[in-house]
Design a protein around this ligand. Structure first.
Ligand SMILES: Nc1nc2c(c(=O)[nH]1)N=C([C@H](O)[C@H](O)COP(=O)(O)OP(=O)(O)OP(=O)(O)O)CN2
Ligand SMILES: [Zn+2]
Length: 127
């Protein structure tokens, strides 16, 4: 088993409406996202997947969040845009990518969303 991890970043605003503190007010974060995938097979080039393809797939998902007010997005109408829900959103979207379908040898393992250098949520539904 090989595990590959890449890091992506996006900037966005959010607020947590029922939060009993300053986070109920509109504010922004520079979110850091770590994505780990796993695979067992290597291609002819000795790669599970080219990091470029991996980054491109993650980038398409991150682009849907970058420089948005997250509370306005459809994905966060029923749930608040916490790091937990953002991690699940990224996981679900990435899981839909053709490279990571059930038929593929590649599986999305974990999404870690850093709200700040001191706070992160790791979402690993298969564990
Ligand atoms: N489990 C979670 N807790 C909190 C979340 C979250 O997504 N999941 N989010 C927030 C707020 O978004 C808030 O902006 C971050 O809070 P906090 O860490 O207190 O903010 P600071 O950047 O000021 O952190 P300091 O370490 O105190 O500087 C809150 N909780
Ligand atoms: Zn916040």
């Amino acid at each position: 088993m090989y595990e590959l991890t890449i890091i992506a970043e996006f900037e966005a605003a959010h607020r947590l409406p029922e939060y009993p503190g300053k986070c109920c007010r509109l504010h922004g974060h520079n979110w850091k996202v770590e994505v780990t995938i796993a695979g067992t097979k290597l291609n002819k080039q000795g790669m599970v997947i080219d990091f470029r393809e991996f980054k491109s797939a993650v980038g398409k998902v991150i682009d849907q969040l970058d420089h948005y007010y997250l509370n306005e997005l459809e994905a966060f109408q029923e749930v608040y845009p916490t790091a937990e829900n953002i991690a699940k959103y990224i996981y679900d979207k990435l899981n839909d990518h053709p490279s990571f379908t059930d038929a593929s040898d590649l599986n999305v393992r974990c999404i870690t969303v850093w709200e700040s250098p001191r706070s992160a949520v790791k979402y690993c539904p298969g564990e």
